[in-house]
Design a protein around this ligand. Sequence first.
Ligand code: PGA
Length: 249
Amino acid sequence: MGRQLIAGNWKMNGLFGPGSAQAKELAARASAGTPLAAELLVCPPAQLLLPFAEIFQDSGIALGGQDCHTAARGAHTGDISAEMLADAGCTYVIVGHSERRADHGESDAEVKAKAEAARGADLIPIVCVGETEDQRRSGKALSVIEGQIRGSLPENPEDSRLVIAYEPVWAIGTGLTAKPSDVQEVHGHIRDLLSGLFGLEAGAAVRILYGGSVKPANAAELLAVPNVDGALVGGASLLAEDFWAIAAT
Ligand code: PGA
């Protein structure tokens, strides 16, 4: 298993001035002192990709997109392709975030096509899965997640070029976090699925992130759970100080 991945998902937040100031602070922290044990990734809104690519140069911080289209180019007003993200300096892209699945009706098949488009452009897809509150209450969390995994993953992933993020929908932006025992159960289930799909070695090399109200105060507990290989952080990634505190956990 590689280093833990701490990924910041800025969502539709961040203007050039204040956003760049946070990115510069993060880059300064990453460039000073001993390097972090974890790998750091920031996924800002699209208009900040190019300026952030310059700010993060030589800092070791990776850059990612928040979504990509299934096609490389063409008549798709308002969309961005994986190739464009790579061209802007990205090495990762989030696909199938629950907000995309809900706001844009993205199906597992579409998420899978996006993950494959990402891999075609040499980006590492971060495929998001997670159950709603109702699904958890009715005991369907594991079967829902299993269906999403089976339907959304790209074919034949070469192990470390794939990341999965488990984000219970009810924990996103709510301040609620899943109990470590529930996180352990879901991540263990995902690991078993991956081993079944890709074989033991390749299944073990896929990083599985936890996401949903991760903050400095709960990061240590969540990142210590078996099969948690990092975090996908929304709200707390907008402030360099908080994001750094999570990454330095
Ligand atoms: P949150 O968002 O940390 O604000 O809950 C996580 C995410 O949606 O990736």
